[in-house]
Design a protein around this ligand. Structure first.
Ligand SMILES: [Zn+2]
Ligand SMILES: [Zn+2]
Length: 348
């Protein structure tokens, strides 16, 4: 069997014809395997959804009870037979519940990694490199200029600023699923033990994470006084940084946790005073090290800076194929569309 017979790009996303399923489809399909609950990968309206229990819970939280006709939870490493095809989920290290999907038939093994990172994250299981014939990778940060560095050092920068400006509220823009909770866990690991304040849009997912990872004292910004917020750290979706919402904070200092903060112009554009380079995607070194670790002779690249990574692969004698899948983006750039329940009101 040729790899393209097992898995091929289609307008709805990657399609496995012999197994009759799509991976992270961008339009409603009969059977969908979902790598993780970010909105560009986990969309509503499918017939049957297979994913980790955490991804299913997070989809339910974000999309509501009826996000799919049926949902089947699959454990990491558990073997699932779909028609003639064997499927297994393995940790992707991206966000809670995120999975790579290994698809096998007739001795051929393709791994679709979804979004991933190869660095430690206290809020989810670490990425597991898998030997395969074809490795499918994203390339969000697929340029050599992207080196994320140590997230601990970025958190130290934030805490130094809090110590330096004890009267200012520190408002940190962070994507609602994964990034916000990782920032909180990193702050706790760095010894910050004061209450951390949350924008309403971050509350449901953060509470869900807090059942699995100790995130310390969490409070709603909604219930806080201006005095509470002076010198405090508060997290919000990136789009709220410039909102009227942020006016309730005393002399707010704005930070933004994103891999894109490596690019100074992006920080300036968003009016971010304190850029924090913290990403849930692999950087250039992570992408290339992971590609090498899989030992796959053939690499398919879904989205991002596909050409640079394809070039790197070819220079090493690997076959590389940019898939140019449409409909996937980086969550820090797309920002979470705030569900109705998240509206915060505008007065303090
Ligand atoms: Zn993602
Ligand atoms: Zn993505």
């Amino acid at each position: 069997m040729r790899p393209e017979e097992l898995l091929c790009p289609s307008p709805a996303g990657l399609y496995c014809r012999p197994g009759r399923f799509h991976i992270d489809p961008v339009r409603p399909v009969e059977r969908a395997l979902i790598t993780h609950a970010h909105s560009d990968h986990a969309r509503p309206g499918h017939g049957a959804v297979l994913a980790t229990a955490e991804t299913i819970d997070l989809m339910r939280l974000r999309l509501g009870e009826n996000f799919a006709r049926t949902a089947q939870a699959v454990r990491y490493g558990e073997q699932v037979r779909l028609d003639g095809v064997t499927v297994r989920l393995h940790p992707a290290g991206h966000v809670l519940g995120s999975a790579q999907i290994a698809v096998e038939a007739q001795g051929l093994r393709i791994v679709a990694s979804g979004d991933y990172k190869d660095v430690a994250d206290p809020t989810c299981l670490p990425f597991e490199p898998l030997a395969c014939d074809v490795f499918i990778t994203e390339a969000t940060f697929g340029l050599p200029v992207f080196r994320h560095g140590d997230p601990g050092a970025e958190i130290a920068k934030l805490l130094r600023s809090v110590a330096l400006f004890p009267e200012r509220a520190h408002l940190v823009g962070a994507y609602a699923l994964g990034k916000a909770q990782r920032v909180i866990a990193l702050l706790r690991a760095a010894g910050h033990d004061r209450p951390i304040y949350l924008h309403g849009a971050l509350e449901p997912i953060t509470r869900y994470y807090a059942r699995r990872t100790d995130l310390g004292a969490l409070r709603a910004v909604r219930d806080a006084t201006r005095a509470d917020l002076a010198g405090a750290i508060a997290l919000c979706p990136p789009s709220a940084l410039q909102d009227l919402w942020s006016r309730r904070f005393p002399d707010p200092l704005t930070a933004f946790a994103s891999g894109w903060m490596r690019v100074r112009a992006r920080a300036r554009q968003r009016g971010v005073e304190l850029p924090l380079v913290i990403s849930d995607h692999a950087d250039w070194d992570g992408l290339t090290a992971t590609v090498a670790a899989t030992g796959a002779p053939e690499i398919w690249i879904t989205h991002g800076a596909e050409d640079a990574l394809a070039h790197w692969c070819e220079a090493r004698g690997l076959a590389a194929r940019p898939l140019r899948l449409v409909g996937y983006g980086d969550e820090d750039e797309t920002d979470a569309p705030a569900p109705a329940a998240d509206s915060e009101g505008e007065s303090p």
